[in-house]
Design a protein around this ligand. Sequence first.
Ligand SMILES: Cc1ncc(COP(=O)(O)O)c(C=O)c1O
Length: 379
Amino acid sequence: MGRSTVAIHGTSEPRRDGDPVVAPIMQSSTFVNAVGSDREVRYTRYGNNPNQVSLGRKYALLEGAEDAVFVSSGMGATALAHLAVLRPGDHLLASAWIYGGTLKLFDEEFGRFGITVTYVDPTAPRIWRKSIKKNTRAIFIESPVNPTIRVLDLMPIAGIAKEFGLALVVDSTFASPINFRPLEQGADLVITSATKYLNGHTDVIAGAVAGTRSVIEEVIRLMRVWGQAIDPHAAWLIDRGMKTLAIRMERHNTNGLAVATFLSGHRGVADVAYPGLESHPDHEIAARTLDGFGGMIGLTLKGGATAVDRFLRRLRLFVHAPSLAGVESLVSDPRITSHKGWSPGQLVEAGIAEGFVRLSCGIEDPEDLIADLEQALGR
Ligand SMILES: Cc1ncc(COP(=O)(O)O)c(C=O)c1O
């Protein structure tokens, strides 16, 4: 089955006369357990509520994974995926270009489990290889990268992971499984913030992990003990959102390219980071490994902080808010969200120049998005 069909139907069983076409919400924390029965005990915190189970199966199919599980946030998915593959005393090699929340998790929390982390320039496979220690167990990368929209080539990193027997964990939130499927390119586990493209309607916080059955079983075990299960209503909303994932991604892809092309020709713009533009440093990698370039754009304005402030105040359709990848266009400034408190030097090192903002192009009419940007940029 094609991805659009899977996103709508999942693994749905043949229907009988009188069945609802849309699966109902099982908004119940627990389920009757017949006295003396040896059937699996159903309890929503265990992640075996029917809404949770069918959503996981559908996402696994989209990623080409054996199994998948949804949890209560993207950060929950990142935390549990790593705890599933790492043990106390282990070492994690991580790309230096990752979401600020993930960086915080590694820097502030992993120490308490005795897990050490080394950050590596993700474009230099030689450095990955050199940084591997005796106790290295896993590699983590994020692609496309938040907020700079760099795109990494998975193949060389996957080769190193295989050679040294390391688990390769990839956060591909910015692509969705319609544009990019890391497992097809050698990853072992894929993480997504379902808050973003999967749900797509900016009304749910959730995350998912997909991979081999044995690792997902461990993620599920951790989810139960750490109390990370997704609520059935949230699972139902994501299931509904995912029915339009493929068609939404088509529009995000065309809007992203239209907006990026417009911006790259504007006098007030210093730089446009969009992988669909030939000028993007990773355009060749993106064209070879992605099925679409998405709706995320890194925009650097001429005129630094003053220009950003004026631009943000003038925008009408692009709403100034954290988060991304919903049907409505958003704009965010990483200095007050994911990269709050970073020094100017750290920001530049992370590829965030003065005047940088991140655009998330929704699925509105592209000419309206362009008109809004044009009036906000001014002459
Ligand atoms: C790349 C990436 N991964 C993970 C997350 C965390 O997701 P959530 O906010 O659903 O916990 C985010 C949030 O912005 C993100 O951008």
